[in-house]
Design a binder for this molecule. Structure first.
Ligand code: NAD
Length: 245
C-alpha cells in the first residue's frame, strides 16, 4: 500500500475533507493523528488517535502533535487542512474577522508546520500537504478575506517547499473547487433557496457537480505518498475543471 507504516497528522480531520483524508490514509495503510476542535465523528479504529487542538493556539497544538508522535512513534505526513470560512466583499469583514480567519487559515498552517517539523525531519518519507482552494486563483464574488487567506496558503506552500527541500521534505497543496462537505451544507442552509444555490454552485464547475471530499482526499494521499519523488512546490486542482477549462 502507498502509505504502509507511515503516520499522518490531519488538522481539521473531524469533518468534511479532513475526515475523508483520515479514511483515505487508513485505506492506504497509514496510522492517523487527528487534531481538531471537535472529534466526535472520528472512526472507532485503533489506528486513529484524535487529540483536541486549536491550530490558533500553539501550546495545545504542540501538546497534541507530541501526543500523536508518542502514540505512533513519529510523524511522516502533515496535512494542514483546518480552515474556517468568511463571506463578504472586501468592505464587509471587520478587523476582528480578518485577524481571526488569517490566524486560523494562514498562521495555523505555519504554526502547525513549525510544531511538527522536528518530527518530520526524522522521517525518511516526509511530506506536507496544505489544503488551499480555488479561491486562491479564481476571483469569486464576496470571498475577499477567504480568498486572501487561501492565496497566502499557496504562497506559503512554495516558500515552505523551498525551505524544506534540503531536508527531503516535500510540500504541496491541493486546490479544491466547491466540495460537498458540512461546511458547504452550512453555507447553503443560510441561502434563501438552498437547492437553487446548490445547483448554481454545481453549474460553476464544468463537470456540473460538486467535488466529493473523497476526490480531494485521494489527491492529498497521492501528494503525501510519492516517497522521495520530485513532486514538490506544486498545486493540484481538484475543481471539476473550474480553474483550467
Ligand atoms: P468542515 O467545516 O467540514 O471541516 C473543517 C474542520 O476543521 C472541522 O472539523 C473543524 O472543527 C476544524 N477546525 C476549524 N477550525 C479549527 C481550528 N482552529 N483548529 C482545529 N480544527 C479546526 O470544512 P471542509 O469543507 O472539510 O474544509 C476543510 C478545508 O478545505 C478548509 O481549509 C477549507 O478552506 C478547504 N476547502 C473547502 C472547500 C469546500 O468547498 N468545502 C473548498 C476548497 C477548500
Amino acid at each position: 500500500m502507498q502509505c504502509d507504516g507511515l503516520v499522518a497528522v490531519v488538522t481539521g480531520g473531524g469533518s468534511g475533507i479532513g475526515l475523508a483524508c483520515v479514511r483515505a490514509f487508513l485505506a492506504a495503510g497509514a496510522r492517523v493523528g487527528v487534531l481538531d476542535l471537535e472529534l466526535s465523528g472520528l472512526p472507532d479504529d485503533p489506528r486513529v488517535h484524535g487529540v483536541r487542538a486549536d491550530v490558533a493556539d500553539r501550546s495545545t497544538l504542540a501538546a497534541a502533535v507530541a501526543a500523536v508522535a508518542e502514540r505512533f512513534g513519529g510523524i511522516d505526513i502533515l496535512v494542514n487542512n483546518a480552515g474556517i470560512s468568511a463571506v463578504g466583499a472586501v468592505q464587509e469583514n471587520d478587523d476582528e474577522q480578518w485577524t481571526r480567519v488569517l490566524d486560523v487559515n494562514v498562521v495555523g498552517v505555519a504554526r502547525t508546520t513549525a510544531v511538527a517539523l522536528p518530527y518530520l525531519r526524522r522521517s525518511s518519507a516526509a511530506a506536507i500537504v496544505n489544503v488551499s482552494s480555488i479561491a486562491a486563483t479564481v476571483g469569486l464574488p464576496r470571498r475577499a478575506l477567504y480568498s486572501a487567506s487561501k492565496g497566502a496558503v499557496h504562497a506559503l506552500t512554495l516558500a515552505m517547499a523551498a525551505d524544506l527541500v534540503a531536508d527531503g521534505i516535500r510540500v504541496n497543496c491541493v486546490a479544491p473547487g466547491t466540495v460537498d462537505t458540512p461546511w458547504v451544507a452550512r453555507l447553503l442552509s443560510a441561502a434563501p433557496d438552498p437547492e437553487a444555490e446548490k445547483r448554481q454552485l454545481a453549474a460553476r464547475q464544468p463537470t456540473g457537480r460538486l467535488v466529493s471530499a473523497d476526490e480531494v482526499a485521494a489527491a492529498v494521499v497521492y501528494l503525501a505518498s510519492a516517497g522521495d519523488g520530485s513532486v514538490t512546490g506544486s498545486s493540484l486542482a481538484v475543481d471539476g475543471g473550474m480553474s483550467g477549462l
